[in-house]
Write a protein that binds this ligand. Sequence first.
Ligand code: OOG
Ligand code: MG
Length: 262
Amino acid sequence: MKLDATTVALLAERLENCELQAEDTLKITEEHPEMDWEDAYAIQDEIRRRKVARGSKIIGLKAGLTSHAKMKQMGVQNPVFGFLADYFAIPDGGTCDVKALIHPKVEPEIAFFTKTVLRGPGCHIGAVFAATDFVMPGIEVIDSRYRDFKFDLKSVVADNTSAARFVIGGQPVSASHLDLRTVGIVLEKNGEAVAFGAGAAVLGHPAAAIAMLANHLSERGEEIPAGSIILSGGITEAIAVQAGDAISLRVQGMGSTGLRFI
Ligand code: OOG
Ligand code: MG
C-alpha cells in the first residue's frame, strides 16, 4: 500500500459521492500516481463497506475488461473485478432513469449463479461448472465516474469497475448443457442490432472469467459465496445509451432480456 488509510477513505467517499450524485471526477491516479493495486482494491472495499453500513446488501460480483473488444475500447490490458449491490438490479423489462447516472453504456454479458462456494487458488473452469447452478443472459449498465469514461486500470478498480445497474432475464440454463464458447449473442438498440458476438470473446470461455475472479479473491483471503450472481464481462464493446433507448439482448438458447432508459 502506498496510500494511508485516511487517503483511501477520502477517495472512496469522493468516488461514491460521484456515483450517488451522478457527477464525474478526474481519474484519481492523476493526484495519486503512486497508488498501487492494493490501494485500488482497498478504495473499492471502502466503497463497499460504506454501502453495507447504509443497509445495502452485496448480491454478487463482476468481472470486467475480460474481452479484447472491451480492452481495446478502454485502452487497457487486464481484467478487473468489482461487486454488485442490491440496488443495481433492474427487473427484466424494467426502466433505468438516466438522471441517476452520468454517461451510461450497456454491455452484453453471461451471468453465472453459484450454488456452492468457489475458492482459489487453482480454480479452473471445471470447478466453475461444478459450482454453477445456472447461467442467464445479462445486460450490464456501466457508468464510469471518471470524466469522459477516461481511466487507467487502478482508477477503474477503485471506482468499482464502473458498476452501476444490471438486468437479468431469459432462460436459466445449466452451464454444461450448452457450449458457452459458441453461444451467439445479439444486442439490439431500438430494434436495431448494434453488437454481435459469441461467448468465446470472454477469455476463450466465460467460465474462465469466473475462475479468474475466484483466484483473484483467494489472493486476498476471500471467496465467491454460494448464491452469488456474477457478471462475466462484456462480450462486445459497450454501447452508449440515452433516455428513450430500448435495449434488448438475445442469447442463443437462453432467451432474451431487456430494459428501457427514461
Ligand atoms: C470498466 C468495466 C468493464 C466489462 O464488462 O468489461 C466491464 C469500464 O469499461 O468502464 O464491466
Ligand atoms: Mg461489464
